[in-house]
Design a protein around this ligand. Structure first.
Ligand SMILES: C[S@@+](CC[C@H](N)C(=O)[O-])C[C@H]1O[C@@H](n2cnc3c(N)ncnc32)[C@H](O)[C@@H]1O
Ligand SMILES: [Zn+2]
Length: 286
């Protein structure tokens, strides 16, 4: 189980690089909030995340049911090989006392994996889902977490990250570029067309992986980043019916089909093993 230090400590250790989302001023800790010199104030929730995203919220963050499904599924260890690959790639790319920013960190599973590998590193997880961040805030003692919308300028100073992680999450290439140090690395993990193929075959409502997605990724990153290396993590894992339901429930498919529907229509048909297939690419800044 993760060790938990007093909650604001991880956040406190990020104050040198966090910036006020409204005026870009520096933030300081003021009891249960972060505050800038102009008086903009951002509450720190009891659960340990800071709400930097105020006003209009991102619409695409995971809802509570999706975040719960993700928490349950990831705790089974079925994605451990992905977590290990991400941790290794991040560790290879950053100094021991480095800073990693996990964009769309969800429940903090991969961020915690990286920090577990690097005893002197610090991590920041950004996500639009409050429910996911409640878990992320507990995922690792050196993980600070904040609500944020990937598509807005990040609440961070320039060049402060050694690694930006993006695991199955939306991307903002120009902001990735801005917050990375000149020698920093971006690590992007995304599914291949074979990922969860058996499950897609059974659950019609599951969103398929668009074959043009790889091309779109390269086109979007190309002005800012150059790929250094790509690895494929691919294996077959056994799957209980409950795990299969959580796997469907934690993906964007969950937006199109209710858990009850999956259970009624497909319970007896769910596959008992599934292919996990992802690509992990490390990029350097142009
Ligand atoms: C497929 S999940 C991946 C989560 C985590 N990286 C993982 O692999 O376990 C996508 C994540 O992106 C978050 N997300 C979606 N749209 C977002 C946005 N506009 N800004 C910030 N986070 C967003 C969701 O809340 C969710 O946690
Ligand atoms: Zn401010």
């Amino acid at each position: 189980m993760p060790v938990s230090l007093p909650l604001p400590l991880a956040l406190e250790q990020f104050l040198d690089v966090l910036r006020c989302p409204t005026c870009c001023g520096r933030l300081h800790l003021d009891r249960c909030a972060l505050r800038c010199p102009a008086g903009h104030t951002f509450d720190i929730a009891r659960q340990g995340y800071v709400s930097l995203l105020t006003g209009t919220r991102a619409l695409s963050g995971d809802d509570a049911a999706m975040a719960r499904a993700r928490d349950r599924f990831l705790s089974t260890g079925r994605y451990l090989p992905i977590r290990r690959a991400v941790a290794r790639l991040a560790a290879e790319a950053m100094p021991a006392r480095g800073t990693v920013v996990d964009v769309g960190c969800g429940t903090g599973y991969y961020l915690a994996g990286v920090l577990g590998h690097l005893p002197d590193a610090r991590g920041l997880g950004l996500d639009a889902s409050v429910r996911a961040l409640r878990s992320a805030a507990r995922a690792h003692a050196r993980a600070a977490v904040a609500t944020w919308d990937v598509f807005r300028p990040f609440p961070l100073a320039d060049g402060v990250a050694d690694v930006v992680l993006d695991v199955f999450a939306p991307r903002n290439p120009s902001e990735f570029h801005r917050v990375l140090s000149p020698t920093g690395r971006l690590v992007v993990v995304r599914p291949t067309g074979r990922h969860l193929a058996e499950l897609r075959g059974h659950v019609r409502a599951m969103v398929t992986v668009d074959p043009a997605k790889e091309q779109r990724l390269h086109r979007a990153l190309d002005p800012h980043f150059e790929a250094v290396a790509t690895e494929r993590v691919e294996y077959v894992t056994p799957l209980t019916a409950l795990e299969a339901l959580d796997l469907v429930g934690m993906t964007s498919s969950a937006r199109h089909v209710s858990r009850a529907e999956i259970e009624i229509d497909h319970h007896g048909l769910l596959p008992d093993r599934v292919t996990v297939s992802v690509l992990a690419t490390t990029y350097r800044r142009r």
